[in-house]
Write a protein of this length. Structure first.
Length: 313
């Protein structure tokens, strides 16, 4: 199904939604994960009525940071992209490494028979490539390693199920005192801020014109976040936004000599030249509070005094 934007008119391909009995492949195109850390995910997917194909990169014999060698991670991702019986690919975890594969993957069969690719963090690189080069939607949301949080708060894991089976997204979240009020509509794009900067100057960099952008990050120094925001602004990526959603910035560190500004203050300073609506604290993050969203799809975005709403059009 192709979804056209009223502003850009270029079509975005939406892969078929899943039905009971469909197969979901789990692979690790980036960092290593132990096999026992995906057991809750496999059990949950079975409870949802899906079959699971577990890749060899999950719990491999790797002794390095990566889940396996570039060649083995590439081969497994390629096989799952090409396999007609696999209807969605769920990444095991993020970390680093997906971008090392992008220019070597062959998407020719995938373009003919697209499927949902799910993940966040380092998987932002893959999302950007799919949207920029192939015009195919994907899902920014919980990965296999995050399903363990579903027992504590099932809302966020269940949001992924809703995306996979085709429910239209309707999210509401409490307001924040620093929010900039307003309404907007546009395609939803974004992901991990450091990865979005990593894609700048490459064919996988995302086009932000007339879009609703969301950003989040983890474990960064405050000065590094400021540097990324400056880079993003200098690249013109904030200039023509329809709206900005700020998710979680977790485990943020400061230098011995304080940077002197919070993440929120940096962001508001960065976008002070523009008048699009901005919301803070939206539940997209590296924490368990991580709502699944379909990328490249049209949404309406409303930032009110007490309530923020993001609804798929």
């Amino acid at each position: 199904m192709a979804v056209a934007s009223a502003k850009t008119k270029s079509p975005i391909i939406c892969p078929p939604f899943l039905k009971k009995g469909d197969v979901i492949g789990i692979t690790c195109p980036a960092g290593y994960i132990e096999k026992n850390k995906v057991s809750t995910c496999i059990q949950t997917l079975h409870e949802w009525g899906f079959e699971v194909m577990l890749g060899n990169t999950v719990g491999s014999n790797s002794t390095t940071y990566f889940s396996d060698t570039d060649e083995n991670r590439l081969a497994e991702m390629q096989a799952m992209l090409d396999a007609p019986e696999i209807k969605a690919i769920l990444c095991g975890r993020g970390g680093y490494g997906s971008s090392r594969l992008l220019d070597r993957l062959d998407f020719s069969l995938f373009k003919k028979n697209p499927k949902w690719i799910v993940g966040f963090s380092d998987i932002t690189a893959l999302h950007g490539h799919l949207l920029s080069k192939l015009k195919i939607s994907s899902i920014h949301g919980p990965m296999a390693s995050a399903f363990i949080y579903g027992k504590k708060d099932p809302t966020y894991i269940q949001s992924l199920r809703g995306c996979l089976i085709g429910r239209k997204i309707k999210y509401a979240h409490a307001g924040h005192p620093l929010n900039r009020l307003g309404k907007a509509s546009g395609r939803l794009v974004g992901g991990n801020l450091s990865l979005l900067c990593h894609l700048l100057g490459t064919p996988s960099a995302i086009d932000t014109k007339d879009t609703i952008l969301f950003i989040e990050d983890i474990g960064e120094q405050l000065y590094a976040i400021d540097r990324m925001l400056v880079q993003w602004k200098r690249a013109g990526k904030f200039k023509n936004l329809a709206g900005l959603i700020v998710g979680g910035f977790t485990d943020i560190k400061d230098t011995e000599r304080p940077f002197g500004k919070s993440v929120e203050e940096m962001i508001m300073e960065t976008v002070s030249d523009y008048n699009f609506p901005v919301c803070f604290g939206f539940p997209i993050s590296h924490d368990h509070t991580n709502l699944a969203v379909k990328l490249g799809i049209e949404y309406s975005f409303s930032v009110g005094p007490k309530l923020v709403q993001l609804n798929e059009i």
